[in-house]
Design a protein. Structure first.
Length: 318
């Protein structure tokens, strides 16, 4: 069944199941053919009865038989989002600034964008912001996120702000909350992983390991939702901010982060990829602290990216 052209997007399509396709689940059959359609929308089409097999409503797990007739309603496609080329302009980056005042700005960094250039990367978040705000004398990263992690990144516009926030972070007074999807059913309840970390090198990147002689690292894990025996969505807080901290601590607890190519489980990652996960499932959701001096409370958050929300919908249905 081919449904990529304009005419087929404007009307329902009937597809006959042949011997090669027989035995395939309905959801996988549709996902293979509706390229560019969000997976959550494919499942919604099935649930709502807009997809019919032999004129009947069936569930996503229905196994197709040779000779079945599958009706697919008109659908619209979209291209997968990509990290824009800096040569095309920086309007996209300005739209990702979720807070800004005279001292500080916070950006909702997309996954795939490094926080700074280097190691073969010519363009990063901070280079983009400096191009966007050429009149600012100071524009410095307060902290970092891994390239594969999305969410809140603070950037100081004054040296005094940078010093204050670094002091708060050293004191553990900045609350940083993440959402992470991990392998398996989480059965630890609310736990703290207090394991020092040491950074080494592996190829062109960092390789972090637990080491009693390493730097202190504390992560707090709490279950948000489990997806059966397959995966669990966790809330993670890190009073410390070591390189790859959440990823290594989650792995040490027996629950590596989904899509983590360095510390993850290849089989679990492959299964998630089959369901549509195209990145590491780690998102910096919230930053909260109290400004020194005036005691004003500061809190900023970035919503879970649409691609990750859609993947959770698919995972719930699978």
């Amino acid at each position: 069944m081919a449904v990529a052209d304009r005419e087929q997007q404007q009307r329902a399509v009937q597809a006959a199941v042949d011997d090669d396709t027989a035995g395939q689940r309905l959801d996988n059959f549709l996902l293979n053919r509706l390229k560019g359609v969000p997976r959550s929308h494919v499942y919604q089409l099935i649930r709502s009865g807009q997809v019919r097999v032999n004129s009947r409503r069936v569930q996503a797990r229905y196994r197709l038989k040779a000779g079945d007739s599958v009706r697919v309603p008109p659908v619209r496609r979209r291209s997968a989002p990509a990290i824009p080329d800096p040569g095309t302009g920086l309007a996209w980056l300005a739209e990702r600034i979720i807070f800004e005042n005279e001292r500080l700005l916070v950006v909702d960094k997309p996954a795939g964008l490094a926080v700074h250039g280097g190691s073969g990367i010519d363009f990063g978040l901070i280079e983009g912001l400096r191009s966007l705000r050429p009149g600012l004398k100071t524009l410095e990263l307060v902290h970092r996120l891994d390239r594969g992690t999305s969410g809140c990144v603070m950037v100081a516009k004054r040296r005094s702000c940078l010093r204050e926030l670094h002091a708060l972070m050293r004191a553990g007074s900045v609350r940083k909350q993440y959402l992470a999807l991990v392998r398996g059913r989480w059965q630890h309840g609310e736990i703290e992983v207090d394991s020092p970390l040491t950074v080494g090198r592996e190829g062109s990147g960092a390789r972090v390991r637990i080491d009693p002689q390493g730097k202190p690292a504390l992560s707090r894990f709490r279950l948000v939702r489990d997806y059966g025996a397959r995966a669990s969505l966790l809330d993670v807080e890190i009073p410390t901010g070591r390189t790859h901290q959440i990823r290594v601590h989650a792995m040490s607890a027996g629950h590596p982060v989904a899509g983590d190519e360095r510390y993850g489980d290849p089989e679990f990652n492959a299964a998630c990829a089959m369901l549509g996960l195209k990145r590491m499932f780690l998102h910096a959701q919230l930053i909260e602290f109290v400004w020194p001096g005036n005691g004003a409370e500061f809190c900023v958050s970035a919503p879970l990216p649409e691609a990750l929300r859609e993947f959770l919908d698919v995972l719930a249905e699978a």
